[in-house]
Ligand binder design. Structure first.
Ligand code: ATP
Length: 351
């Protein structure tokens, strides 16, 4: 059942439309994630869901109750929505226990202390009740901020770049822990991040926004393997678009040779298309007759990411384990590992 539904919402500041006709819904207990380049409207969308920004058209419903429409704006404190922001915003003069129980107005002292204990256990900080925020590390403060937002058992939790001030390693482990915690508490959550790994580690559903529009709302797998728009293909993961011309239905001629794939029915014969090729679609195989030249390489820890150039000048990305090194300028064979083709009409279309 959908807990949160956005129907064609539009948010503007003056003349400028920031969120443009956005539709999506989030199932109860699911974790959603908003991705997209800086300034595309992610935070504004989150603020509209929280009730801090009015909508100029469309509607936002939460648990079947209308929260926002041009004629209605339920105030933030009446929405039963919890929020966690980038800067933690713990109250410095309150200890951890007081911070967590801050929003539990109608709870008895006994209930409050039980809830604080339970949440501290969930976030792995048992016994920290009496510490003050300045006595905690950044990661610990963020766990307390999360515990505080979860304490009143909100219907929906909104998280705006909650881990961005933490280092990469801590970010990844916290993202996994937070997912487990949200699942345990059966909380529906929507997260804004610019970190795809974080989104992939946490989300059941994710959306890519661009200039205020939602280009695709899908599973992380779907965004990566079946991008519906070339901008999604470009934004998610590594990859290049190579040119091809349609020979017949489901068959394209490309610099990599003839490729077959389902769904090339949009085209008429000879029409130019662009085909997404990810690094994991290409395997370096010296026995292959398909030759290319290494033009750059980047160390990625367990593997190198190579850029190789084909005879016609088109370039591809591919990966190889870092103990198998290829020098710049060397010739390598390429084998294809494309199990399906992602095809777009040629030429970057306007939004
Ligand atoms: P980032 O990833 O950099 O945080 P974002 O996708 O969250 O970006 P928003 O913060 O939603 O983007 O901002 C979208 C656009 O709206 C930006 O151009 C921003 O300057 C503009 N904007 C945001 N808040 C306001 C405001 N209160 N008044 C006017 N313009 C605003």
């Amino acid at each position: 059942m959908s807990l949160l539904t956005l129907n064609q919402i539009k948010v503007s500041f003056g003349e400028q439309v920031i969120v443009d006709s956005v539709d999506f819904s989030l199932e109860e207990g699911d974790i959603g994630c908003l991705l997209g380049p800086s300034g595309c409207g992610k935070t504004t969308l989150l603020r509209a869901i929280a009730g801090f920004e009015p909508v100029q058209s469309g509607s936002i419903t939460l648990a079947d109750k209308l929260m926002s429409s041009p004629a209605q704006l339920v105030p933030p404190e009446k929405r039963e929505i919890g929020m966690v922001f980038q800067d933690f915003a713990l109250f410095p003069h309150l200890n951890v226990g007081e911070n967590i129980s801050f929003g539990l107005h109608k709870w008895s002292t006994g209930e409050k202390s039980q809830r604080v204990k339970q949440l501290l256990e969930y976030v792995g900080l048992e016994g920290y009740e009496n510490r003050f925020p300045h006595q905690l590390s950044g990661g610990q403060q963020q766990r307390i901020a999360l515990a505080r937002a979860l304490a009143p058992q909100p219907k929906l939790l909104l998280l705006d770049e909650p881990f961005s001030s933490l280092d990469a390693e801590l970010r990844e482990s916290l993202a996994t822990d937070v997912r487990q915690l949200l699942k345990k508490e059966k909380i529906t959550a929507l997260l804004v991040t610019h970190d795809q790994q974080e989104a992939f580690a946490m989300a059941d559903k994710a959306g890519v926004m661009y200039h205020g529009k939602m280009l695709q709302w899908d599973t992380p797998y779907g965004l990566y393997h079946e991008p519906a728009h070339h901008l999604v293909a470009d934004f998610i993961g590594h990859g290049v678009l190579i040119r091809g011309s349609v020979i017949e239905d489901n068959k394209v001629s490309t610099p990599l040779g003839e490729l077959n794939g389902e769904g090339i029915s949009i085209n008429s014969e000879g029409e130019m298309v662009e085909i997404l090729v990810r690094p994991d679609d290409i395997i370096i195989d010296d026995s292959s007759a398909r030759r290319s030249t290494v033009i750059s390489k980047g160390f990625r820890g367990a593997h190198y990411l190579y850029t190789v150039e084909l005879e016609d000048g088109s370039q591809l990305l591919c990966m190889a384990p870092s103990h198998h090194q290829y020098e710049l300028g060397s010739e390598v064979g390429l084998r294809l590992n494309l199990d399906h083709l992602v095809v777009f009409p040629a030429g970057y279309c306007e939004l």
